[in-house]
Design a protein around this ligand. Structure first.
Ligand SMILES: Nc1ncnc2c1ncn2[C@@H]1O[C@H](COP(=O)(O)OP(=O)(O)OP(=O)(O)O)[C@@H](O)[C@H]1O
Ligand SMILES: [Mg+2]
Length: 490
């Protein structure tokens, strides 16, 4: 018998044998007579207790270690506390590592135990401990995503760096967020024996964490964890690789989109010098399956080096977080697909505004010279229009993507046939019959035709006859396939 995990299921009565206090039947008497071995055990335990209490003062404590390192009277030292959002833990570690890597500095990392679910800071550790709270121990590390394809960076969960630089001695506490305990921030506390040094160190690490930020130039998205509590779970994505030849749109449509997004980025310096704003908003709208998402991916592929932040359905409440990351890491592009969904969302979020208004306010709040693009898509422009009209100036351009005309359908046919050998002698009739379908319909048509050919022949390479192409098209256009057509946007 296999259980649901594929292991051998244990018959239920067998569990009895695993209960620690189950006793063989018939022997229910407890033996409470004192034995010699009990006395010996008691004596050993008492001895351990006495020795432990007497030598507690010998165990290293943070207070002792910090006093030895810093040398000065601890109570006189100023502690500087900095904090970052949860998702920035990796960047704080990277910034700190960059600071420590300077050859003028040497350091030693102290780990700690008993730090989980505890609210404490460097000030607490500088005071003689009462026996509770963290104790010196092993360094506990956590692996954090630092790039696409599973790249990770290890970061300290809780530890103290004892740093020496010339005559200056400093200590830096790094503490990871602990969201389960309601401690959502990444914290860094700094103390030094020289006046002003702690402030200087804290601001240098903050600057380095932006300079070496692992999100810079990457494609990232924010999501929420399955309980929706830990906002800001961040993922890296591989940047799409595409060329203009992959996007079949009327030449002027593609040129407009490119100019607004890529062109402004290319001429950044001269536009700024001429005091023209860089911040821009572009809305792509049109029916499903015409290439809005496809164009977004194309733009991402062209903006190498630009930080892309994608927000989707479940992460839209993180608009202000996304904007703050974009501002820090500009040039950046914030992508919000299917923005009509948030226009219809009447839920109030922080600040008591429906999400769409929050988005428009955030767009407005970014400085004009910020090199940030907002790229929005929708197939329900009508839902958006009133809101956009009531707050003009956020979206500079709306570009409609239309159903492909005969020329575009021909081009799509050419693009999606790929390596397939197709008898296109009756292509004109195929193009006539596909009036009004979407780009995704044509892509599927070629795959269907290839499948029909694969089922009917053993040709190598796969060859589609004109009849097979017609048959695949008739099948897709068949009224019984109305639902499939709807799915393809046909
Ligand atoms: N203009 C196009 N050029 C080339 N391929 C296209 C084009 N439009 C769509 N496609 C193909 O069809 C697929 C579906 O299109 P896409 O996801 O971009 O539609 P969409 O406009 O975003 O629709 P929706 O409103 O449903 O999100 C794309 O992955 C791509 O393979
Ligand atoms: Mg789409």
């Amino acid at each position: 018998m296999k259980d649901i995990y594929g292991g051998d299921a244990v018959p239920s009565q067998a569990w009895q044998t695993f209960f620690p206090d189950s006793e063989p039947d018939g022997d229910h008497q407890t033996d409470d007579r004192l034995r010699l071995s009990d006395l010996a055990k008691l004596a050993r335990r008492t001895q351990r207790g006495i020795v432990g209490v007497a030598r507690a003062g010998d165990r290293p404590t943070f207070t002792g270690i910090l006093a030895a390192h810093l040398g000065a009277p601890l109570e006189d030292l100023e502690v500087v506390e900095e904090s970052w959002p949860t998702y920035d833990h990796v960047n704080v570690q990277v910034g700190l590592d960059a600071w420590l890597a300077d050859p003028r500095r040497t350091h030693q990392l102290l780990g700690m135990t008993n730090f989980r679910h505890q609210e404490f800071g460097l000030t607490d550790l500088l005071r003689r401990s009462s026996g509770y709270g963290p104790l010196p121990g092993n360094v506990s590390w956590v692996s954090l995503a630092s790039g696409p394809g599973g790249q990770v960076q290890r970061a300290v969960r809780a530890g103290i760096y004892l740093v020496s630089e010339g005559d200056t001695r400093a200590a830096v506490l790094l503490k990871a967020p602990d969201p389960e305990a309601g401690l959502g921030a990444t914290q860094m506390h700094v103390v030094a024996d020289t006046s002003g040094a702690a402030v200087e160190i804290a601001s240098t690490v903050r600057r380095l964490s932006v300079e070496h930020n692992v999100f810079r130039g990457q494609v990232i998205s924010f999501g929420q964890d399955m309980f929706g509590e830990r906002a800001g779970v961040l993922q890296f994505h591989v940047r799409p690789r595409m060329t203009a030849a992959d996007v079949i749109l009327p030449a002027d449509t593609l040129a407009t989109i490119k100019r607004q997004v890529v062109g402004v980025a290319e001429h950044r310096a001269r536009l700024l010098a001429a005091r023209q704003h860089l911040k821009r908003g572009l809305l792509l709208y049109g029916p499903p399956g015409v290439g809005k998402t496809h164009s977004v991916r194309y733009l991402m592929s062209q903006l190498t080096g630009v930080t892309i932040i994608e927000l989707s359905g479940d992460s839209l409440a993180l608009i202000s977080t996304a904007c703050s990351v974009a501002r820090t890491l500009q040039p950046a592009m914030i992508v919000i697909e299917d923005v009509d969904l948030i226009a219809e969302d009447r839920d109030m979020y922080e600040g008591g505004q429906p999400l769409l208004f929050q988005l428009l306010n955030e767009m407005d709040g970014l400085a004009e010279d910020a090199d940030v693009v907002f790229l929005l898509t929708t197939n329900r422009a009508d839902v958006l229009e009133p809101a956009l009209a009531s707050r003009p100036g956020r979206v500079d351009q709306a570009v409609e993507l239309e159903l492909p005309d005969a020329d575009a359908r021909r081009a799509l046919f050419g693009l999606y046939r790929g390596g397939l050998v197709v008898d296109d002698s009756r292509l004109e009739s195929v193009l006539d019959r596909t009036e009004g379908v979407t780009a995704s319909f044509l892509k599927e048509l070629l795959r269907r035709a290839a499948l029909v050919a694969a089922e009917e022949t053993d040709d190598q390479p796969l060859t589609v006859s004109a009849d097979q192409l017609d048959a695949a098209l008739s099948d897709l256009l068949d009224t019984r396939n109305a639902m499939t057509r709807t799915l393809l946007g046909g």
